[in-house]
Design a protein around this ligand. Structure first.
Ligand SMILES: Nc1ncnc2c1ncn2[C@@H]1O[C@H](COP(=O)(O)OP(=O)(O)OP(=O)(O)O)[C@@H](O)[C@H]1O
Ligand SMILES: [Mg+2]
Length: 260
């Protein structure tokens, strides 16, 4: 009998906003799907940028991740998952209602395990589950940290973005001692790299020599590329929107590194 597969669960986390979490999740997902891997993207951000960036419209009736993790009477994860229109690439869409969950779950025991419990039945359906998170340490992010096995840290090559790593490393060590002993850092990926500026290069050097990261910085450096932002506007991963762009090349390179 063939072994049942179980998904690698990777979450993009950085409490700082605008560092490329969503773009990384979408394009890594697209890159992996191009490699024939079966991928589910879970959009845990009420801003719903991953949902929009994959061209999925949120109409009123369609269940979302909110309906899957809410209490009481959640719906099944399978009933909320949609195909994006690209082969091997599914989405569990977000909804703005997700922002209310913090308050709604406040009295629920075990509330940090809602995502993990709700997605357990679909783990054998996928090779990869990639989770996008909001730029805050809310109950939503804690649910993601309780569920994920591997943390991918997109880090903008900008001095302020680098500072956010301190807080993230501390959060991960607290999570490891409590809700999720299996969690580990998969790696840091440098994003929004601007070749023209000295500071981009300096931050990249600092990341690569940071002892706390133990060399866990990907060789991939995602360059600043307007096609990336443009593709998001049109609801397509850049690797499908314009395969010849630098943005697509960088994310396909990251895909290879993660599959290695
Ligand atoms: N390599 C890139 N080149 C140019 N623009 C980019 C690149 N990566 C991301 N962007 C743009 O930068 C902005 C922030 O990226 P993104 O939304 O992925 O960040 P985020 O960390 O998910 O933000 P938030 O914390 O708000 O969710 C977006 O407008 C996105 O289109
Ligand atoms: Mg985002």
């Amino acid at each position: 009998m063939a072994a049942r597969r179980t998904a690698r669960i990777i979450a993009a986390v950085n409490e700082k906003g605008g560092v490329g979490k969503t773009v990384t999740v979408i394009n890594l997902g697209a890159g992996l799907s191009l490699k024939g891997k079966s991928v589910l993207i879970v959009d845990m951000d009420p801003q719903s940028n991953a949902t929009k960036g994959l061209g999925v419209r949120q109409d009123g009736d369609r269940p979302s991740i909110y309906d899957v993790i809410k209490l009481p009477e959640p719906v099944s994860a399978r009933s909320a998952i949609v195909n994006t229109g690209w082969e091997h690439l599914d989405l569990l869409p977000s909804h703005v209602d997700l922002s209310g969950l913090e308050v709604e779950l406040v009295d629920e025991p075990g509330r940090e395990n809602r995502l993990k419990e709700a997605l357990a039945p679909v783990l054998p359906d996928y090779d990869f589950i990639l989770v996008d998170t909001p730029p805050s340490l809310s109950v939503l992010t804690v649910n993601v940290l309780a569920f994920a096995r591997e943390i991918l840290v997109p880090c903008q090559t900008h001095p302020y973005a680098y500072g956010a790593l301190d807080s993230l490393l501390e959060t991960i060590s607290i999570i490891k001692e409590g809700v999720n002993p299996h969690i580990r850092i998969l790696g840091v990926v440098a994003t929004l790299f601007d070749q023209r500026t000295k500071i981009s290069k300096q931050v990249l050097d600092d990341l690569r020599s940071d002892k706390r990261l133990q060399g866990k910085v990907f060789d991939t450096v995602v360059r600043m590329n307007t096609t990336v932002a443009e593709s998001a506007y049109y609801g397509k991963p850049v690797v499908f929107y314009r395969r010849s762009s630098p943005g697509a090349a960088d994310y396909l390179f990251l895909t290879e590194e993660i599959l290695k």
